[in-house]
Ligand binder design. Structure first.
Ligand SMILES: N[C@@H](CCC(=O)N[C@@H](CS)C(=O)NCC(=O)O)C(=O)O
Length: 367
C-alpha cells in the first residue's frame, strides 16, 4: 500500500516542502504573463489546490489560465487523468454536471449523494470523475514532474502551475500560486471588474499573513496532523489543538458579526463577515477550503470529532454558508463528491474497506 504521508518515528505527520517556487511577472526572465500560456492542474478534493481554483475564479482568470482536474482516487502511483480515448464517453454526464460559471469547473449538485456504492475507484466519467490532460495526453501528474525535471524524486502533488511554452512547472506551492494569480501580472487580460479585485490589499497584508500562518499550522495542516497521527497521544494532542484554534476563529468571527450588526444591521446575501478586515481576502479562501471539508470528511475520517462546524460554531458556520451560497467562485469550485470519495477511498490505511460514509446530510446546510 502506498504511504501518502511522511511520518517521523514519533508518530507525527510531516508535510513535504514544495520544490518549484518560480513566479510569473513582466520582469521575470522566463515566465512572462500571457493569455493561454499557463495551465493549472488540480484535484477538486485537495484543499491546497482548491485555493487556486477559487482565486482563479475570483480574479476572472478562467479564460486566461486553463485547468485540468485529476481523478479523485489517488493510488500508489499518485494522481491520474482520464484516458484521452475515453473522454467523450458519456455526453449526459458532461451536460448534467458541468457548466462554466466558475470557468469549466464541475457544479456542485443541489442534492447530496444518495449512494456511493456503485461508484468504482476506476470510474471514468469524463469531467465528472476527472478530465484528461489535453496538451500531451499524459496519464499522470507524475509525467509533468518528470517532464519538468527528469531527476525529480519527491511526491507528485497538486496544485501544479505549468508553463506550456517552456514545458516546465512554474510553481507547485499553492500559497505562492494564489499570490501569483492575485498579483496584477494578468491584469491586461481581464475586465475592469477583476482588475479591482485584490485579495491581499497592502494595508491588510501583515494581518492576513499572521492569520494565515496560525491557521495553516493549526487548522489547514492541523486536521492532517490529527488524521495521520500514528500514536493515540499524538492524535489526542493534535485534535485538541485543532479545536482550540477553531474556537479562536469563532471568537474572531463572532466579534466581526457584532461590529457588522452595529454598522449595517447584520449579515445578508451581500454582506458577510470576513476573517481579516471587512472584505473578502486570501485569509477567507485559505480557511474556507478546510472548513468546507470539515463536517463531510474531517469529523469522521480524521477523527476531528469534538463537534461539527454546523453544531458547534455558529459564526464560522454562517461565514461558511455565506461564502458557499453567495459566491460562485466558492460554490462552483466545491465538489463534495470528489472530496468525500477521495479521502475515504484513497487513504486505505485509515479506511481500509473504502466505504464512503453517506452523511452528513446535506453536505452543507442552506443559509
Ligand atoms: N504544499 C503544497 C501541498 C500540496 C499537497 O500536499 N497536495 C496533496 C493533495 S491534498 C497531494 O497532491 N498529494 C499527493 C501525494 O502526496 O502523493 C501546497 O500547498 O501546494
Amino acid at each position: 500500500m502506498s504511504k501518502q504521508w511522511a511520518s517521523s518515528n514519533n508518530g507525527a505527520f510531516k508535510r513535504q516542502v514544495s520544490s518549484f517556487r518560480e513566479t510569473i511577472s513582466k520582469q521575470h526572465p522566463i515566465y512572462k504573463p500571457a493569455k493561454g500560456r499557463y495551465w493549472l492542474y488540480v484535484s477538486l478534493a485537495c484543499p491546497w489546490a482548491h485555493r487556486t481554483l477559487i482565486t482563479r475564479a475570483l480574479k476572472g482568470l478562467t479564460s486566461v489560465i486553463g485547468c485540468s482536474v485529476v481523478h479523485w482516487h489517488l493510488d500508489e502511483k499518485g494522481w491520474r487523468f482520464l484516458d484521452m480515448g475515453k473522454q467523450l464517453g458519456d455526453e449526459n454526464d458532461f451536460l448534467e454536471h458541468w457548466h462554466d460559471a466558475a470557468g469549466g469547473i464541475k457544479t456542485a449538485k443541489d442534492d447530496t449523494s444518495t449512494s456511493f456504492a456503485s461508484i468504482k475507484n476506476d470510474s471514468q466519467r469524463f469531467m465528472v470523475d476527472a478530465t484528461n490532460e489535453p496538451h500531451y495526453g499524459y496519464q499522470r501528474i507524475s509525467d509533468l514532474y518528470y517532464k519538468s525535471d527528469p531527476q525529480y524524486s519527491a511526491r507528485f502533488t497538486v496544485p501544479v502551475l505549468w508553463d506550456l511554452e517552456t514545458q516546465t512547472i512554474v510553481n507547485n506551492e499553492s500559497s505562492d500560486i494564489i499570490r501569483i494569480l492575485n498579483s496584477s501580472a494578468f491584469d491586461e487580460f481581464v475586465g475592469e471588474k477583476y482588475k479591482k479585485v485584490d485579495l491581499v490589499p497592502e494595508h491588510l497584508k501583515p494581518e492576513i499573513d499572521a492569520f494565515n500562518s496560525w491557521v495553516y499550522d493549526n487548522i489547514n495542516n492541523g486536521v492532517y496532523k490529527t488524521g495521520f497521527a500514528e500514536k493515540a497521544k499524538v492524535y489526542e494532542s493534535e485534535a485538541t489543538n485543532v479545536f482550540e484554534h477553531l474556537d479562536k476563529v469563532e471568537k474572531i468571527l463572532s466579534e466581526k458579526y457584532v461590529d457588522l450588526k452595529a454598522k449595517n444591521g447584520g449579515v445578508d446575501g451581500k454582506q458577510n463577515i470576513f476573517a481579516v478586515g471587512d472584505q473578502l481576502t486570501e485569509a477567507d479562501i485559505r480557511l474556507y477550503t478546510t472548513i468546507i471539508r470539515f463536517d463531510p470528511v474531517y469529523v469522521q475520517h480524521f477523527k476531528c470529532n469534538f463537534t461539527t462546524i454546523r453544531d458547534g460554531y455558529p459564526f464560522t458556520h454562517l461565514w461558511l454558508r455565506n461564502l458557499y451560497w453567495n459566491n460562485d467562485a466558492f460554490r462552483y469550485t466545491t465538489d463534495f463528491d470528489h472530496i468525500k470519495l477521495h479521502y475515504t477511498r484513497s487513504h486505505t490505511r485509515i479506511n481500509p474497506l473504502g466505504i464512503t460514509p453517506l452523511g452528513p446530510k446535506p453536505d452543507i446546510l442552506p443559509l
